[in-house]
Design a protein around this ligand. Structure first.
Ligand code: HEM
Length: 395
């Protein structure tokens, strides 16, 4: 038996034995609350593509969890990821248009400058926390730039984002819930003056993502959609990307031969990023709900069942990946599900890959002999896998 609300000892440190058990022995694993965990690659791949039988709308789950009409309820039920067509299609098209290749290409030089500045700031220190000094500092700046949030006002964004996403955890305390509600309310107030200011001084809609979100002709966003999806972009691209960078640096601490290969060949990092994403996926679980009765592995899953899709297990399924527990930087094909799949595939995947490539690549060139020191702490979440603290010596 495996229950998300009663995890086995040592799960956070190493969830992969539990995932293997799920995949091999309980591919349909019922939970005490009537929900079900699926963990095989083929099942997740099929479900991500089928938005008719497996929907993303979570009003039925979020109502009792957050309270209908509460700040967290408004946020999570309006954000793109927890919606289905037609709202999903309309909002997604606006977002994909806003995160267009020209807007992203324009960001690359600034990202390199930011990464190099962080690497400079670390030099000479005996020990650094790679999350605080590096992995945690990059995405918030990138998304802050993307939405044009003034640099000196970005301070609270990270904590708000962690509080809002933290409220998605399966087991939730009253204090965590309260922190999440407060974060949504404060975040909306904060965005109000940014959005009002941008309305008075619009940016170039070709490259300014916020202006584009505000100005789309015809199928424009409503005010609530605009606010909640700005918050969503900030959250979606934040802890996930921090985890990509932090998890990669942790993996390369133990895989020294792979580290040397990356340092020797500058290009290998392009494929390496996807192998980090597969091995230690920043998002370990996704969710869907069935709209009709489904039979899977001989078991009936009734309509209206909440399904947990274990991305972390699927990405190590030997039916899909040869030697799934080995890190193969040039793995080909590498159709991992770290960015999900189908119509909800991550909108920010190109940006995330760019951040991973530039951050990890430049870090290795500058500090090829870094090594982790005792004191690493995982954030200890089920849904998002990554470190809260990752101390290291750089030379
Ligand atoms: C390594 C970093 C990232 C990972 C692992 C990741 C992962 C994911 C996953 C798994 C989903 C699908 C959720 C679902 O439908 O169940 C998703 C959706 C999404 N992501 Fe990302 N993401 C990352 C970075 C980003 C960035 C940088 C942005 C934006 C700047 C972003 C924006 C989005 C958006 C807007 C969606 C919703 C797409 C939709 O529902 O149609 N993500 N992401």
């Amino acid at each position: 038996m495996f229950a998300l609300t009663d995890l086995p000892d040592g799960f956070h440190e190493d969830p992969y034995p539990a995932y293997e058990w799920l995949r091999e022995s309980a591919p349909v694993c019922w939970q005490p609350d009537g929900s079900v965990i699926l963990s095989r690659y083929a099942d997740l791949d099929m479900i991500y593509r089928d938005t008719t039988r497996f929907i993303s709308d979570k009003k039925a789950v979020f109502g009792p969890k957050f309270g209908v009409g509460s700040p967290l309820y408004e946020h999570h039920t309006t954000s793109l990821v927890f919606n289905d067509p037609p709202l999903h299609t309309r909002v997604r098209n606006i977002m994909v248009g806003a995160l267009n290749p020209r807007a992203l290409a324009r960001m690359e030089p600034g990202l390199i400058t930011l990464v190099d500045r962080l690497l400079d700031d670390m030099s000479g220190q005996i020990e650094v926390d790679l999350i605080e000094a590096f992995a945690g500092a990059i995405p918030i700046e990138v998304i802050g730039n993307l939405l044009g949030i003034p640099r000196d006002e970005r301070g609270p964004l990270r904590d708000w984002s962690l509080a809002i996403l933290g409220a998605l955890e399966p087991a939730l305390g009253a204090e965590q819930l309260e922190r999440g509600h407060r974060a949504v309310t404060d975040f909306k107030l904060f965005l109000r003056h940014i959005i009002e200011d941008r309305a008075k001084h619009p940016g170039d809609p070709e490259v300014d993502v916020l202006t584009r979100l505000m100005k789309t002709e015809g199928a424009a966003l409503t005010e609530i959609e605009l606010y909640q999806n700005c918050i969503f972009i900030l959250n979606a691209g934040h802890e996930t990307t921090t985890n990509l960078i932090g998890n990669a640096l942790a993996l390369l601490d133990t895989h020294r031969d792979k580290r040397r290969a990356l340092i020797r060949s500058g290009d290998l990092i392009n494929m390496g990023v996807d192998e980090f994403l597969r091995m230690e996926s920043p998002n370990q679980f996704g969710n869907r709900m069935t709209t009709e009765d489904i039979v899977l592995h001989g078991q009936k899953i009734p309509a209206g069942t909440d399904i947990h899709l274990c991305i972390g297990a699927a990405n190590r399924d030997p039916r899909q990946f040869e030697h799934p527990n080995d890190m193969q930087l040039d793995r080909r094909p590498n159709k991992h599900l770290a960015f999900a799949g189908g119509p909800h595939t991550c909108v920010g995947l190109t940006l995330a890959r760019m951040e991973g490539r530039i951050s990890v690549g430049r870090f290795l060139q500058r500090y090829p002999d870094y090594h982790l020191t005792p004191g690493a702490r995982l954030r200890g979440r089920v849904r998002f896998r990554g470190y809260a603290r990752l101390p290291a010596q750089l030379t």
